[in-house]
Design a protein around this ligand. Structure first.
Ligand code: SAH
Length: 390
């Protein structure tokens, strides 16, 4: 319903009288009754000043070759069955994503020997819109998922700390940690991929953060037992590897099956890959525990939903590293850990799980059911040697 109240349409007086007689003519009254005739007349007067509620488009069925600048609608081919360059209507399963402008012509996309790269259609009316920041405060604002922001606060490094981010790229969490440290201290950001690591450097530069030192390195090999332990006063710290017990705080935002990512329509993950993650994550955790100083904090996080990569991994950590104690998290905006492993209720209450729900289809999200990506956070403190029970 229109929220604007418009006045009735006005006509020349004689035209109005003529029309009224036309609607309220005797024959019509005799056939449908005076009330119906009057209703037709008054409806007409009120409705004419509003545009029709539905806008209708007629599609020209003449064949048209998509060229740069055309406006097109974009659909995702749910089962990946649409053939390259198909010109007939596609009748497989598809979902509408939005309208956009063509940047790459049909020719550039399909009549080429190499794989086309880059932007083909620039979406200007996406079904789900993320408001543009229009380049405002680019040195201060960072688009980030809520659970990823929670992770930084849960680790909570302070100015002067030695901090390690084991899987840093593109650097969303790294740059948050640096600002929590007031850009004072040392923040080592590692990532195996050199390309992605450049993003960390770019983001650090954009946000004016200088305490971040980024290295392309395999984090599972970042600890060298042959190196002499650093003292608390050593501020000089360079490229990896590092001696054991070097860091006050470690973030392991581990490579994971990513099943909490949203939106996703057509997930292609193979079962063999899904099953490969826990073993890989255990390697990072083993290195993380060695690199953490007694009394230090380790935060483990994933953006996936499986028990094996989340609660199951916490169970393994507690069984394997008696020197680690599971810790309460602040803030705790998500739900608790899920049942299904040998962790007890007390343990589960210390874990933070963001389980996807959507406010598009369900009632409004409650405190423990925010409409976020799927995410998992566990926080551990490494016991001081004298506290260890063995
Ligand atoms: N923490 C990041 C996201 C990390 S995603 C952020 O908040 O922006 C996981 C990352 O782990 C990927 O960038 C991947 O390149 C990296 N990675 C995978 N294996 C690795 C390894 N062995 N050593 C270091 N980084 C690795």
């Amino acid at each position: 319903m229109a929220s604007v109240m418009l006045p009735e349409v006005t006509f020349q007086l004689d035209v109005k009288e003529h029309l009224e007689k036309c609607f309220l003519n005797e024959k019509a009254i005799a056939q449908v009754g005076e009330d119906v005739c009057k209703e037709r007349w008054t409806n007409l007067l009120t409705a004419l000043s509003y545009p029709p509620a539905c806008t209708v488009l007629r599609v020209s069925t003449l064949h048209h070759n998509m060229v740069e600048g055309d406006n097109v609608s974009v659909y995702v081919d749910v089962n990946g069955l649409c053939r390259r360059g198909l010109t007939k209507p596609f009748d497989g399963a598809k979902v509408f994503l939005g309208n956009g402008h063509v940047v790459m012509s049909r020719r550039e996309l399909f009549v080429t020997n190499s794989e086309p790269r880059g932007v083909a259609v620039r979406l200007c009316e996406p079904v789900f819109d993320c408001p543009s920041l229009n380049g405002i405060l680019t040195d201060r604002l960072f688009l980030q998922n809520l659970p990823s922001i929670v992770v930084g606060h849960v680790l909570n490094p302070v100015a002067g700390n030695r901090v390690l981010d084991m899987c840093a790229a593109p650097g969303g969490k790294t740059t948050h940690l640096a600002s929590l440290m007031k850009d004072q201290g040392v923040l080592i950001a590692l990532d195996k991929s050199q390309n992605k690591l450049n993003k960390v450097k770019q983001n650090a530069r954009r946000l004016g953060l200088s305490c971040i030192q980024a290295f392309s390195y395999d984090s599972t090999k970042a600890c060298s037992r042959d190196m002499v332990k650093l003292s608390n006063h050593d501020t000089e710290i360079n490229a990896p590897p590092y001696p054991p017990e070097t860091f006050d705080c470690i973030l392991l935002d581990a490579p994971c099956s990513g099943l909490g990512q949203r939106p996703q329509i057509c997930n292609q993950l193979q079962l063999s890959e899904l099953k490969s993650y826990p073993a890989y994550q255990r390697k990072f955790l083993t290195t993380a525990v060695e690199l953490l100083r007694p009394g230090g904090t380790l935060v483990y996080s994933t953006c996936t939903v499986t028990l094996a990569e989340n609660e199951g991994m916490v169970e393994w950590i507690l069984n394997t590293f008696p020197q680690l104690a599971l810790s309460q998290q602040i803030p705790h905006l998500g739900g608790c850990g899920f049942e299904g492993t040998d962790l007890d209720v007390q343990h589960l209450s210390k874990l933070q799980r963001f389980h996807p729900v959507t406010s598009y289809t369900s009632a409004s999200p409650t405190h423990c059911n925010l409409d976020t990506i799927g995410f998992f956070i566990a926080k551990f403190i490494k016991r001081m040697e004298c506290e260890q029970t063995g």
